[in-house]
Design a protein around this ligand. Structure first.
Ligand SMILES: C[S@@+](CC[C@H](N)C(=O)[O-])C[C@H]1O[C@@H](n2cnc3c(N)ncnc32)[C@H](O)[C@@H]1O
Length: 364
């Protein structure tokens, strides 16, 4: 095999370049783990607070062992996340590094995404079996860390943009919410979006639905901590969406592409909406085909990576699951599937503030 492969290699430089590319990915994989460690141990926050600092000063600040902190700092400098002043043997963080790695309140903060990726490592031992049987893993199969990672990944966007930007872009929703509306957030996850809406619109009632016990557990805690009284949580396995056209507004944030039976879900949403109700649907923006994603979608690599580990896996977690995948519900597909369910109005909301999602206002 290697003799044949060697015979096929005409250009040693191309081999070197390809091996270099793969080792760059290997380094990046290890860096995700070590960035997570730094985030969890407060090393970035600590350095952001006291830097420039020596490894001993950072170890003292974080109450960690200096030798471990120093080796971690060396790795962080090599990868370019932390800066080193050789003369002073001090480490520091650029303003950009502080925003992305040390400040959970900053819109550019990536701690949540890093947490999500680390949570996926647990699925590695199950993936070979998934490839053999075709069956994926539900969100709960992936454990609580997965629900936590997703919550951290979507929290900032939902807190910053849902109430101020997205709801006002839908026709009439804000007036109804102000007066008192009945709202469902389907696939509510940890409930962050619903809590934001519940705080902003105290006259309205919110029901969060999620099939993940881990997500519902996190949502319960978050609702309690937020002190909002106008939120209920349901598991649709026991309490499905009512088919009585009672909801003024239904929201889904990154749910349809993950669901095992998306067409059934879309039909259930339609049946539970009032005739003049609105479905605000956020889903991953992508192109209509793999070829287009490959050429035109800068997020294609990360999206297909998430897909194998999480999204397609979730969509295939029961026999007969659709397994749309992370990029499997682009606008063209959303238009097609919602029209098939009987929705007649579909509008893409012209909001460009999210790198992953597109937002649709869908009505009967
Ligand atoms: C990617 S997470 C998004 C969670 C949340 N909306 C957010 O933005 O953080 C997708 C969620 O959809 C839930 N889900 C998938 N299919 C569902 C269904 N048919 N009904 C209700 N929840 C569903 C999953 O359990 C998971 O919590």
């Amino acid at each position: 095999m290697s003799a044949q492969a060697n015979a096929e290699i005409r250009d040693p430089k191309a081999l070197q370049a390809f091996a270099g590319k793969v080792s760059g990915s290997v380094t990046a994989g290890m860096n995700v783990a070590l960035t997570f460690v730094g985030e969890q141990l407060g090393l970035y926050k600590g350095l952001a607070a006291i830097g420039p600092a020596t490894s001993q000063q950072l170890a003292d600040k974080t109450q960690l062992s200096e030798r471990w902190v120093r080796e971690w700092l060396y790795q962080q400098v090599c990868i370019g996340q932390i800066t080193f002043d050789e003369a002073a043997t001090e480490f520091s963080m650029s303003p950009e590094a502080k925003a992305v790695l040390a400040d959970p309140e900053h819109p550019a903060y990536l701690g949540g995404m890093i947490h999500s990726v680390v949570a996926m490592y647990d699925t590695l031992e199950h993936l070979p079996e998934c490839f053999r049987t075709g069956l994926g893993q539900s969100f709960d199969d992936k454990g609580e860390a997965c629900a936590c990672g997703i919550e951290r990944m979507s929290r900032k966007f939902q807190q910053l943009h849902l109430v101020p930007d997205l709801l006002p872009s839908t026709e009439g929703a804000v007036a109804k919410l102000t007066e008192g509306a009945l709202v469902a957030d389907v696939g509510c996850g940890a409930g962050v979006a619903m809590i934001e809406m519940a705080k902003a619109y105290p006259n309205s009632q919110f029901i969060g639905y999620d099939i993940s016990m881990n997500a519902l557990g996190r949502a319960r805690n978050n609702v309690r901590e937020a002190g909002v009284k106008n939120v209920q949580l349901h598991n649709p396995i026991d309490q499905p969406l009512p088919e009585d056209g009672s909801f003024d507004l239904i929201t889904t944030f990154d749910v349809v592409h993950d669901s095992t039976h998306p067409q059934v879900l879309i039909e259930a949403i339609k049946a539970s909406l009032k005739p003049n109700g609105t479905w605000l649907c956020a889903d991953i923006q992508g192109k209509s085909s793999f070829a287009e994603n490959l050429k035109e979608n800068p997020m294609a690599t990360i999206a297909y990576s998430f897909s194998v580990m999480v999204c397609m896996s979730s969509g295939l977690s029961v026999p007969g699951g659709a397994g749309l995948g992370t990029l499997g519900f682009p606008e063209s597909k959303a238009r097609e599937m919602t029209a098939a369910a009987g929705f007649s109005r579909f509008r893409r909301i012209p909001f460009e503030g999210d790198i992953f999602n597109a937002f649709y206002e869908i009505r009967l």
